[in-house]
Write a protein that binds this ligand. Structure first.
Ligand SMILES: [Zn+2]
Length: 289
């Protein structure tokens, strides 16, 4: 009896040691003896990117304390925010229960930081009604970005919603008199009011708002598994909440609504709360079309 129990305990210990060993093996990825849970893994591991992949069916994934949605075909997506730490940790659990830890080095980016000193201090008392309104609108947009559906549109190759001069980039930040302002999370494309905005990928409309305080005409499209596109400062929105859109469909018109200095499209992308850089999905814009 006692011997059997001790043997059991030893086995547990041994299995513990084994899983540590497996972890080390999968991290080094050189002398991997066990089949990798990943069939594919696409995307650079850098701040502001998304990584798309496919695992063997039945594999579970954990990332940032979230159970990552994996489709029946094994497809998944994760996003890394602007200030993501230098290392990303992903846990997988195979159908046989085997757990593995995968570590990835995350490229740290340098963002465009603009320091403006000696600006006269503005003592503007915010209008409490305005503060309340913008908070409610931010919560509304936040809720739309928490939507998690089984759409697989995130696996598509994304296209630019329109072409034009890029006037604002992801991650940039202004520091006034040493006080950092909120970073800019979208890509700004200058275009005249009324220019058509096309869906960069298929999806379902999760939010339309004609005129939010900061972002003006606001439209959010869900591409599935937590990946969404947000378009702001729109002049007109041509789709409705719940509507399915195909890639290339005209969904809105460029404007200068909300707090915008001139007509442009501000396109943002999120994986839930991780704000990612849309330009990573579409690549450089061709000048000739
Ligand atoms: Zn912008």
């Amino acid at each position: 009896m006692i011997n059997a129990w001790r043997f059991g305990a030893l086995r547990v210990l041994f299995r513990g040691a084994c899983s540590v060993l497996l972890t080390v093996l999968s991290v080094s990825a050189v002398s991997e003896t066990v089949e990798s849970p990943f069939k594919s893994l696409d995307g650079e591991w850098a701040q502001g990117t998304i990584v798309r992949g496919q695992v063997r069916p039945g594999t579970e994934i954990q990332f940032l304390d979230r159970q990552v949605r994996v489709s029946d075909s094994g497809h998944f997506v994760i996003g890394l925010g602007r200030d993501f730490e230098p290392e990303a940790r992903l846990l997988t659990r195979a159908p046989d229960g085997e757990e593995r830890e995968h570590l990835f080095e995350v490229r740290q980016r340098e963002y465009r930081i603009q320091r403006v000193d000696g600006v006269p201090q503005q003592t503007v008392t915010p209008d409490p009604e305005q503060v309340k309104r913008s908070r409610e609108e931010a919560a509304q947009a936040w809720r739309a970005r928490q939507v998690e559906t089984d759409l697989l549109d995130f696996t598509e190759t994304f296209v630019w919603p329109l072409r034009g001069r890029i006037t604002g980039v992801y991650g940039s930040q202004r520091i006034f008199n040493g006080e950092p302002r909120a970073p800019h999370f979208g890509v700004d494309i200058a275009a005249p009011t009324g220019t058509p905005v096309r869906a960069p990928a298929a999806g379902v409309v999760t939010l339309t708002h004609p005129d939010m305080f900061f972002s003006g005409g606001t439209l959010i499209v869900d591409h599935g598994h937590g990946l969404s596109s947000t378009f702001i400062h729109l002049h007109k929105i041509l789709v409705e909440e719940g509507e399915r859109v195909a890639q290339g469909d005209i969904i809105a018109e460029v404007g200068a609504t909300g707090r915008a200095t001139g007509p442009h499209l501000d396109w943002r992308m999120n994986w839930f709360d991780q704000r990612v850089d849309p330009t990573f999905l579409v690549g450089p814009m061709d000048d000739d079309d």
